[in-house]
Write a protein that binds this ligand. Sequence first.
Ligand code: PNS
Length: 166
Amino acid sequence: MKYVKAIYPGTFDPLTNGHLDLIARGSKIVDELVVAILSNADKGTPLFTVAERMEMIAEAIAASGFDNVSVTTFNGLLVEFAHAQGAKAVLRGIRAISDYEYEFPMAMMNRKLAPNLETLFMMPTEQYPYVRSRLSKGVFNLGGDVSSLVPPLVMQRLKAKGTKKI
Ligand code: PNS
């Protein structure tokens, strides 16, 4: 059997239960999974710094007991990072058809750039089809309860940010 290392890239601002579910699923089918936070994302002002996101993911990995999962950051092209890591695959989650429309061009572009790098799509548990980092932040900021959408350690950090009431 070949050793399969995969990269799970994203902005993770912040980590949600949907992300964590995908990490759990991915870690069962590959030998090594590297969660990679894009550090130069062009998505407006992030809520959490890259260092904070990295800490939260590292804590969540440790709390879940995943022994073949690590977290790091990357800049620039994902395919170059994957190559430098010796990874054969990129893991991404697909919840709804709209995700497919977002993911398909990225996967095909990555394939064009690196034909030997495969994109693996997995579906998160049916509990989290609507969970998105952006929605979780927005609901939290308006005082909504997002405690079932993010891991407890992320919830603590959200509260510590002092954003609106919870
Ligand atoms: O969590 P996100 O924001 O949906 O993740 C998007 C991400 C980080 C996977 C994507 O923006 C990415 O891979 N960026 C790195 C730049 C790159 O390689 N672009 C070419 C592929 S389209």
